[in-house]
Write a protein of this length. Structure first.
Length: 189
């Protein structure tokens, strides 16, 4: 069994028994509990502005944590919850006052008397050059792609049929222009 810590928010203070009952029903054991009391929530959770905060440290087998998580999320009385391992929750931090006292406890004479070890400098068996380091990294460069030679665009050969059609089109345009002129003259009269 591993130790876990659960912090949760409930609608009412008596609702923390729901969490206790769930843990014990899964063969868990509550080691300690603490309550922070009623607090104002930063935002509404399930239409509630206030909630009761509580924390339990408990033992439970790791396989049953997922089941506890599912059951807690189905309970309407529990607004929010967070389960973490108890080891991660209780890391003791070194306070500045304690650190200063430990530093002051060391005498300056003790710092000077500490033996200084000298390391022997040995010659390397083989000196590696930059080329040897870079050589495996460098890959052969592919040849640049040659641009195809651009051939001059040849004009398509004009056949007799094409020239006749073009001639007819120009003749028709001229004829339409002439008709437009005649119409303008008639309308002016």
């Amino acid at each position: 069994m591993n130790q876990y810590e659960i912090t949760f928010i409930t609608k009412e203070e008596k609702d923390d028994t729901i969490v206790k009952d769930l843990i014990t029903s899964l063969d868990g054991k509550i080691l300690s509990s603490s309550s922070l009391g009623e607090k104002q929530l930063a935002y509404k959770i399930k239409h509630e502005n206030r909630g009761f905060y509580a924390t339990f440290i408990f033992e439970l087998s790791p396989e049953k944590i997922l089941e506890l998580n599912k059951k807690l999320s189905l309970k309407e009385e529990v607004l929010r919850f967070l389960i973490i391992t108890a080891k991660a929750a209780h890391i003791e931090l070194l306070k500045p006052e304690k650190a200063i006292k430990e530093i002051e406890a060391v005498k300056p004479e003790e710092m000077l008397e500490a033996p200084v070890e000298k390391e022997e400098i040995t010659k390397p068996e083989k000196i590696i050059t930059k080329k040897e380091i870079i050589k495996p990294i460098v890959k052969p460069v592919a040849k640049p792609i040659e641009k195809p030679v651009e051939k001059p665009v040849e004009k398509p050969k004009v056949t007799k049929e094409v020239t006749e059609i073009e001639k007819e089109e120009t003749d028709e345009e001229d004829r339409l222009k002439a008709l437009d002129k005649k119409l303008d003259e008639l309308l002016k009269e």
